[in-house]
Write a protein of this length. Structure first.
Ligand code: BTN
Length: 317
């Protein structure tokens, strides 16, 4: 019931208690309980003796009902699991393999946030956005493109929300001023026809300098102002869904979009995969999103996607 009270408070500037109780068919006592619950969750609600209740502010929390409020997606966010703190949202997503496509696991903080290549992902509580999406695409050969898809979608959401263009270092590191503002980790498994992808992303949003590694940057640090994490998260989900729908029809289009943010192609790179080291000029992506490197002897090496099925991989320049 408190969610209904919240919805009405969000819709109107002031709303008299009589209107709330009548519209929701509840007693004044029940209304008081709802308001108390909302205040305990961190909502600031003012009461004016003439005009009624007024929602002053919502808490800086990624509550599922806040994310779903006016969210325009059909698939992503159909179900959202919210946690204050978890070891890793990726692990929770794997436990929920039975859930439908588009289920989201989001946490305010992670004690063992996982990055690529076995690295840690620092997940300062209430400062970033840390989430994992459950995806169940149909055709397996396109999986490697999903990590490009998620990084492109986050890049587009940043452009849309703040008018700034991030760079994407292959395959999916999001860079601002040459520092990492976000990263994507794709894990999954396939058994027979059953395919399960967990697409995770961590984005530094309101972190202060001391809450970031030296190679990291937050949107707040770059823009010089605090960001509304809920609004921005919605934009990420909307752009991801748009791209996902497009991808299901024309998977190669994501490659074109990725190139618009690329900061890898055209540069010299050293790619390390297991005990193999490949050095040369990164010059193209193939249709699966794999990186093509032209070595100094003219030979071309293909670097396959590192995240899928947790292969060990490193790339840097
Ligand atoms: C990277 O750049 O190395 C990838 C970082 C991915 C971090 C996110 S945070 C949410 C999800 N849960 C995890 O444990 N990792 C991913």
């Amino acid at each position: 019931m408190w969610r209904e009270v919240l919805r009405l408070l969000k819709e109107k500037k002031y709303i008299p208690p009589q209107r709330l109780t009548a519209q929701l068919n509840i007693s004044f006592n029940q209304l008081e309980e709802c308001l108390l619950k909302l205040k305990n969750l961190g909502y600031q609600i003012e009461e004016d003796s003439y005009l009624g209740y007024y929602l002053i502010s919502s808490p800086d929390r990624l509550f599922p009902w806040e994310i779903k409020y006016n969210l325009s997606t059909q698939i992503l966010g159909r179900k959202i699991y919210y946690f204050e703190n978890v070891e890793s949202t990726q692990d929770i997503a794997f436990e929920k393999f039975y859930e439908g496509e588009g289920t989201i696991i989001v946490a305010e903080g992670q004690s063992k946030g996982r990055g690529r290549e076995g690295r840690r992902w620092l997940s300062f509580p209430y400062k970033g956005i840390y989430f994992s999406l459950i995806l169940k695409p149909e055709v397996s050969y396109k999986f490697s493109l999903i990590s490009l898809l998620l990084s492109v979608s986050i890049a587009e959401a940043i452009d849309d929300a703040f008018g700034i263009k991030v760079g994407i270092k292959w395959p999916n590191d999001l860079l601002l001023a040459d520092k990492k503002v976000g990263g994507v980790l794709i894990e999954g498994y396939k058994r027979g026809e059953f395919i399960f992808i967990v697409a995770g992303a961590g984005i530094n949003i309101n972190n202060e300098r001391k809450e970031l590694p030296s190679c990291g940057i937050s949107l707040k640090e770059f823009l010089g102002r605090k960001i509304n994490r809920v609004d921005f998260f919605k934009k990420i989900l909307e752009s991801t869904e748009r791209n996902y729908v497009l991808f299901k029809k024309e998977s190669f289009l994501i490659l074109e979009k990725w190139k618009g943010f690329n900061v890898t192609l055209g540069r010299r790179v050293v790619a390390i995969s297991g005990n193999q080291k490949v050095e040369g000029k990164a010059f193209a992506l193939d249709k699966c999103g794999y990186l093509l490197i032209k070595k100094d002897d003219g030979k071309i090496e293909k670097i396959s996607h590192p995240q899928i099925f947790q292969q060990n991989f490193k790339i840097f320049w």
